[in-house]
Ligand binder design. Structure first.
Ligand code: ZN
Length: 202
């Protein structure tokens, strides 16, 4: 399986990192080795100086598709989840400055937290509320209604480039409030008030 990630999909997050608003979605991949095994802590990698959390709504693909039309995109997923796109922000800044790919900053082992998935019928997909709590304090408070590109538009866009397969996961971008995490933090993600994941930082 593969993980397809979207960058810069919320206006306020674009502002906080002083990025340009993209004309088309920013896309990058994480390999399956980036998934943090369930119930395992996240160990800050020895090469990293500034690990940032980015909480994101996840979409699990349920069948093969390519060149999917946005109006049929809903047929390609049944479940919605929540996760973290861990990012070595210092390394990403260096790579961005040189115009180099981001994988070393975003696709390392453990860089993808994948929480519980729930049937999509549980949600109003255009207004999914989600939060990230760091040590029980809300640090990110998002709503899918602020996405620049909606889930179905993202599926249509990325499937022009990559064949989607059953089990692939789409990370749909992070809202504002990203920040650094340090050893002994506990990060909890909630989707409409339900805890989707809890990760200890080591
Ligand atoms: Zn992200």
């Amino acid at each position: 399986m593969k993980i397809i990630c979207i960058g810069r999909n919320y206006a306020k997050h674009i502002e906080e990192l002083e990025n340009e608003r993209p004309e088309t979605p920013v896309v990058f991949l994480k390999p399956d080795s980036a998934i943090l095994p369930k119930k395992m802590p996240f160990f800050i990698p020895p090469f990293a100086n500034s690990i940032h959390y980015e909480v994101e709504i996840l979409v699990k693909i349920n069948k093969v598709g390519k060149h999917i039309d946005a109006k049929f995109a809903h047929k390609y997923y049944d479940e919605i989840g929540l996760g973290i796109d861990f990012t070595d922000r210092e390394m990403q800044a260096k790579l961005k400055a040189k115009g180099l790919p981001w994988e070393k900053a975003k696709s390392f082992d453990g860089a993808a937290v994948v929480g519980e998935f729930y049937p999509k019928e549980k949600f109003n997909l255009n207004a999914i509320k989600f939060q990230l709590l760091k040590n029980n304090e809300v640090v990110q408070d998002g709503n899918s209604n602020a996405m620049l590109w909606k889930i179905d538009e993202l599926i249509a866009y990325v499937s022009q480039y990559f064949t989607l397969k059953k089990g692939d996961i789409l990370f749909t971008g992070t809202p504002a409030g990203v920040g650094e995490t340090k050893i002994n933090d506990v990060l909890i993600g909630t989707l409409e008030g339900n805890t989707s994941f809890s990760v200890k930082i080591k």
